[in-house]
Design a protein around this ligand. Structure first.
Ligand SMILES: [Zn+2]
Length: 233
């Protein structure tokens, strides 16, 4: 019961068994739920680049020194995926998709990674997870009768993942994370111009079907802003 692919999720999900609790979860509970959601994602939805792959090796080389950064414990993984994307969850999991790695230089990737760390540090990812947990608890309440607990837990993790992946950060959250990303480049001796060029590349991708792009303000405007700020001391 509550065992998905050998992972016991009861401890994490028991904490969110009712809607009221979702709002008052501790930070550690939000992190633990995020960890369990990532495990579910990596067992059922996404392919983690094997350690021997060029993606995993390139990412490790870029990020090994940031596993402890700004008071956070961060873990980095590359996903093998055609989506141009990157994201981060409250537990400090930063995920970079191989198609994004194909598109960007090392410096541009570092800006995106800094941006994603910003979503963790500024509490955006935690807030998003709390919202997802509240939705999940509401759904669970509605669907509880006559459903096996095992499948409920599985569907719950799937629902959480969908909520989190479809959630959109606010304009100010994106702006704050861009600032954090640029600051990250400054602090770590990176090339500040990479902030602008990373966003220009995203702006050039048409259609806006990628979740990294579905955010506003538009990447082109964000690139202009980064170019301005990069000039300032
Ligand atoms: Zn963002």
């Amino acid at each position: 019961m509550g065992n998905i692919g050998g992972v016991n999720v009861d401890a994490a999900m028991g904490a969110v068994s009712d809607l009221g609790k979702a709002a008052t979860l501790t930070e550690e509970e939000v992190k633990e739920s995020s960890r369990q959601m990532r495990l579910y994602e990596e067992q059922s939805k996404e392919t983690v680049a094997p350690a021997s792959s060029e993606y995993a090796q390139r990412l490790a080389k870029l990020t090994d020194k940031f596993r402890k950064y700004d008071g956070l414990d961060i873990n980095f993984k590359a996903y093998l995926s055609d989506s141009v994307n990157a994201n981060a969850t409250a537990d400090g999991s930063v995920r970079v998709y191989s198609a994004l790695m194909d598109l960007m230089t090392d410096e541009e990737l570092l800006f995106v990674i800094g941006h994603e760390i910003g979503h963790v540090k500024n509490g955006h990812a935690g807030k998003e997870m709390r919202t997802a947990l509240a939705l999940s608890a509401a759904r669970k309440g509605a669907a509880a009768s006559g459903t096996a607990v095992g499948s409920l837990v599985s569907s719950e993790l799937g629902g959480l993942l969908e909520s989190v992946l479809n959630a959109q950060y606010s304009q100010s959250q994106e702006t704050d994370s861009d600032d954090y990303g640029l600051q990250f480049m400054r602090k770590t001796g990176g090339d500040l111009r990479a902030a602008e060029s990373a966003l220009r590349k995203l702006a050039e991708l048409s259609g806006g079907q990628h979740s990294i792009l579905s955010s506003h303000p538009e990447p082109g405007q964000r690139a202009d802003r980064m170019a301005q700020l990069a000039k300032q001391e």
